[in-house]
Design a protein around this ligand. Structure first.
Ligand code: TYM
Length: 402
């Protein structure tokens, strides 16, 4: 009986696809994150862990924790156990530079990583996988490198501390100790295994097959001898959206065989497309997302025209029935980016019970996002080439644990 149920669940969940290249829900519906936790074998991030974060950092947990945006983890409890005993860790996250501008979804792991860096006072490595995007998006090597530097400016604009942060491009950095770890990892993963995890097929070029170890090895401190000499046991925590989980399932599988600690993960759900909560935003449709380069006018137009509303067709019906908050994108977006918990609750109640109209909620969302994007634009404009060079210089970080 139990087995039948499990088979049934697996058959259903096999219809939603979540991997680094594709995010699509069953029958165009919502991603079922509970099923994803089951299928991937990660753990749910529960209240008790969030309380522990609050206690250990003596500050209010980030909105993304309070509201369940980061909802899953692997061994985050072990990172906290060690931290409680005085053992620090390092953070690792990344970006595949496939386009000039980031959309708001891409900012989520970086905003959250900045909070973790400040709250726990720990170093951070950020990988720019220009090699990955060169192979998957058919960009030239030079164009991928250019985009990596452009994206680095957006990442720096999120406010990272240069004394604790190393940003690197694979094309520039891969070699030496990093490459040795890549070869160690590669030897542990059979072709069958890689096909199972990543869905590679015989038609894929061998560049793709060779890539996963590149994303795996920043999880190991020995890949950064200039940062962590003699600290081979330093634990690594990776914040990312759950689409990146396959890379780190492989990494965690291999780590003990190499005598390394498994990286821990803290994973978010997806910031949805304007058209509705059925997956990731698409670069091929600029109206599916808000970009950090959008003007105030673009933001207003996109929200007014494309943000899927859970409101009713007529004002009368809306006053009577209220909005369906489950499918409403303006409310969903506000729940990511409106800091004030009581204002959010107020909007949900008034809108859900029909006293507030979609237009009013969209207006508030437009204000919140315009303010955020403007702030980002100003911060990015202040990022100079010298600052990019400073973040990307291969150097020790003397004050990284202070
Ligand atoms: P990339 O460039 O596709 O995405 C960068 C980061 O943004 C997350 N993300 C999202 N988060 C919330 N909502 C969304 N709609 C959304 N879309 C993307 C991704 O999960 C990622 O964290 N191969 C990686 C680059 C990479 C990396 C890493 C990422 C290298 N090492 C370590 C995370 C951790 C990539 O192409 O990410």
């Amino acid at each position: 009986m139990e087995v039948d149920k499990k088979d049934e669940r697996e058959a259903e969940s096999s219809e939603q696809v979540v991997n680094p290249w594709e995010v699509s829900a069953k029958d165009g519906g919502k991603i079922d994150y509970d099923k994803l936790i089951d299928k991937f074998g990660c753990q749910r991030l529960d209240e008790s862990l969030i309380d522990r974060v609050q206690r250990l950092t003596s500050r209010q947990p980030h909105v993304f924790l309070r509201r369940g945006v980061f909802f899953a983890h692997r061994d985050f409890n072990e990172i906290l156990d060690a931290y409680e005993k005085g053992d620090k860790f390092y953070l690792y996250t990344g970006r595949g530079p496939s386009s000039e501008a980031l959309h708001l979804g891409h900012l989520i792991p970086f905003m959250f990583t900045k909070y973790l860096q400040e709250a726990f006072k720990v170093p951070l490595v950020i990988q720019l996988t220009d090699d990955e995007k060169c192979m998957w998006k058919n960009l030239s090597v030079e164009e991928s490198q250019r985009l990596a530097r452009e994206n680095a400016k957006d990442i720096i604009a999120c406010g990272f501390d240069v004394t604790k942060t190393f940003i690197f491009s694979d094309f520039d950095y891969v070699g030496g100790a990093f490459y040795k770890n890549m070869v160690r990892v590669a030897k542990c993963v059979t072709l069958n295994k890689a096909m199972g995890i990543f869905g590679f097929s015989g038609e894929d070029h061998i560049g793709k097959l060779s890539f996963p170890p590149v994303q795996a090895v920043p999880s190991f401190p020995s890949s950064f001898p200039h940062l962590f000499p003699g600290k081979d046991n330093l634990r690594c925590l990776i914040p990312c959206a759950i689409d990146q989980d396959p890379y780190f399932r492989m990494t965690r599988d291999v780590a003990p065989r190499l005598g390394y600690s498994k990286p821990a993960l803290i994973e978010s759900s997806f910031f949805p497309a304007l058209q509705g909560e059925n997956g990731k935003m698409s670069a091929s449709d600029p109206n599916s997302a808000i970009y950090v380069t959008d003007t105030a006018k673009d933001i207003k137009n996109k929200i007014n025209r494309y943000a899927f509303s859970g409101g009713q067709d007529s004002v009368e019906k809306h006053r009577e029935l209220g909005a369906n908050l489950e499918v409403d994108i303006p409310v969903k977006y506000l729940s990511f980016f409106l800091e004030d918990d009581s204002e959010l609750e107020h909007i949900k109640k008034e809108y859900g019970e029909g006293r507030m109209l979609t237009g009013e909620v969209k207006k508030r969302l437009t204000e919140v996002l315009t303010e955020m994007v403007e702030r980002h634009r100003r911060a990015r404009a202040a990022v100079t080439d010298e600052m990019v060079d400073a973040f990307m210089a291969v150097r020790p970080l003397p004050s990284m644990f202070e």
